[in-house]
Design a protein around this ligand. Structure first.
Ligand code: FAD
Length: 366
């Protein structure tokens, strides 16, 4: 007998019998007509390896106003592993603080996802905006992102305050809403199914997730209800962003709306405060460590091995230490997390672990 068939039959019997009550019936299973194309993982298909440093901040992103004599600085940085996702949300909060100053001109420092969203929202409220940045797309950390929408809380659990959590929830909800307006080929944003895989049934949360509705059609699937070589799969819909197309499109919007872009590296706070604008929104990510002496900022190095694109692959997976993100500019394989590591050199050991793990994964997939 075919061993795959054997396994599938076994899983069906075991899965439905044992899990019936907790998981519901097979009505939740992926539809039999749903085809899951496998990723063709092989070293010959690798087109690049990218490395980026996530701007992780121990107590979560910083959205705060600081005054220096005549200049008001609104901080908007430290988004860790969710900066592309959260960009429009914290940009909205930063914009609210900026409007309170009554200024009509603003300097936005930083041209990654956070700076660009902030610049656009200030422009939409009538401000003249100049972006100053030492790196512009495609050379920002935001370009190195996997860039699927995740409303992750950010920060270390023991450092988050209730006020931060409230702010984070508001920002996540705003960001999710803003991104929905950008779903299009033009911005490179689309809806896609994500499967979070595990060998054990995830524990039921003690209270409902306050942001649960940002992951629509969230269903827990059991053995036999999905094709993946792990026992459990939580399925939901999210948005996937193509960073190179998206960042270019938003930068173009900033320029079309009359904004300016100045390529400039600020090597001190004094240099920054010498700008003519009395309102500065600081979106420098990891750059704030030096510029504002923020010792809470820590780089978390992440790298992605990118394979030739496969347009037929239309789902994301995340499986403890492994992930696959099918973008139009390539199939991204991850994931790696090196806390405190600031080298931009690819880590060969991690790259091998990811390649081996995902080669096995897709070989075992039904
Ligand atoms: C491998 C990997 C995968 C990721 N996956 C995801 C994901 O799936 N979803 C998600 O939401 N996020 C993801 N992230 C995280 C995301 O990339 C970051 O949170 C995000 O890019 C931060 O955006 P930013 O605009 O704050 O910073 P950046 O993109 O780093 O932009 C900072 C800007 O500030 C400028 N700057 C800094 N210092 C100075 C200075 N002194 N003078 C002038 N300019 C300065 C820089 O030049 C740059 O223009 C991932 C990151 C990595 C590395």
């Amino acid at each position: 007998m075919d061993s795959k068939l054997d396994r599938r039959q076994l899983l069906k019997v075991a899965g439905v019998a044992v899990l019936g009550a907790s998981l519901g019936s097979c009505a939740r299973a992926t539809s039999p007509s749903r085809h899951f194309a496998k990723v063709n993982v092989s070293p010959e298909r690798v087109i690049r390896t990218t490395v980026g440093l996530r701007p992780f901040r121990r107590s979560g992103f910083r959205l705060e106003v600081e005054r220096f004599d005549e200049t008001t600085v609104v901080h908007n940085y430290g988004h860790g592993s969710n900066g592309v996702s959260m960009s429009w949300g914290t940009a909205h909060l930063a914009m609210e603080e900026a409007l309170k100053t009554g200024e009509t001109r603003a300097a936005v420092i930083g041209c990654g996802a956070v700076g660009l969203a902030t610049a656009r929202l200030l422009q939409r409220h009538g401000l003249d905006v100049t972006i100053y940045a030492k790196d512009v797309p495609p050379r920002t950390t935001s370009n190195m992102s996997a860039a699927w929408f995740s409303a992750g809380i950010g920060g270390d659990t023991d450092m988050r305050t209730p006020a931060y959590l409230a702010q984070q929830r508001r920002a996540a909800r705003l960001a999710h809403r803003y991104f929905q307006d950008l779903v299009s080929d033009h911005y490179g944003v689309r809806w896609i199914e994500r499967y979070a895989l595990s060998e054990t049934l995830p524990a039921e949360p003690s209270s409902p997730d306050p942001l649960g509705d940002l992951a629509p059609e969230n269903v827990q699937l059991g053995p036999g209800e999905h094709p993946f070589p792990r026992a459990y799969a939580r399925r939901f819909w999210t948005m996937l962003i193509e960073p190179s197309r998206y960042l270019d499109a938003v930068l173009r919007d900033v320029l079309l709306a009359g904004g300016d872009l100045v390529v400039r590296d600020f090597d001190s706070l004094q240099a920054l405060l010498a700008l003519p604008e009395a309102l500065i929104v600081n979106c420098t990510g990891l750059g704030s460590k030096e510029l504002f002496g923020d010792d809470e900022l820590i780089p978390i190095k992440g790298q992605l091995t990118v394979l030739l694109p496969q347009p037929e692959v239309d789902y994301l997976i995340g499986a403890s230490g492994l992930s696959m993100i099918p973008r139009q500019d390539g199939i991204l394989l991850g994931q790696t997390w090196e806390r405190g590591e600031s080298s931009l050199e690819p880590n060969a050991t991690e790259a091998q672990r990811v390649m081996d793990g995902l080669t096995q994964f897709f070989a075992d997939m039904e």
